[in-house]
Design a protein around this ligand. Sequence first.
Ligand code: NAD
Length: 264
Amino acid sequence: MSSFMSGKRGLIMGVANNHSIAWGIAKTLAEHGAELAFTYQGDALRKRVEPLAASLGSKLVLPCDVEDVATVDALFAALKDAWGKLDFVVHAIGFSDKNELKGLYADTTRENFSRTMVISCFSFTEVAKRAAAMMPDGGSLVTLTYGGSTRVMPNYNVMGVAKAALEASVRYLAGDFGPQGIRVNALSPGPVRTLAGAGITDARLMFNYQKRHAPLRRTVSIDEIGGSALYLLSDLSSGVTGEIHYVDSGYNIISMPAPDALKT
Ligand code: NAD
């Protein structure tokens, strides 16, 4: 353990269990000395998040369902009471009706389009605005996106559209908050086996395809995503904002799979 992040306090949103990307990030930050607060979505997840948070010595574990803005306000009021200031936020939240994470994007319903956008995209803007108000000395915000935002990924459908809007939000928020020394970036990991990931039809196929065809010929671990988050949330990346940083074994650079990969 280093003390690289010691003295920094941050909020982790989006832990569902110990396979969550947010958990990989939290572990890495704690290993480097950061003090963390966690949110959970509903009582069912509270039982999972509380012991995980406790294992990292975190005492602040707060409810937040981003569909209900009152819970977002209550969260930041509680953080202000407890800490006064904030150094960083990790937003690792996404949701869409899994019945629409299959088949044609064109069949997305108006209702699920709106719900997906609010939870997976707009919540980051609402969180960023409240977090920035608690960052008088500057800070760093990171959200999680996926390459289905810029390329057509079968079954990813409306999530891809929401991630495209989320990435645009990263750039606009970076523009808004840059003058205050607050940086806003996104990590774009390759497929990881998580609860949210499993909601996408043929997720296993996508996982295995990227594993075979990515330049590194493997997928990434949540600890590796944690390492990239540590960079974006720490002063190491003090000159970086508005970026979408891929952590995908290089899959995003591929046009056609290499001949050897096609044979496997
Ligand atoms: P996960 O299921 O472990 O985490 C998703 C989290 O979103 C859960 O903690 C859930 O409680 C939270 N959430 C959903 N709706 C919410 C709401 N209304 N209010 C508050 N929280 C809510 O899955 P994950 O894969 O770790 O997902 C984290 C992020 O990473 C998501 O944005 C996802 O799109 C993104 N991502 C995942 C992958 C992957 O392959 N798993 C790849 C790239 C990006």
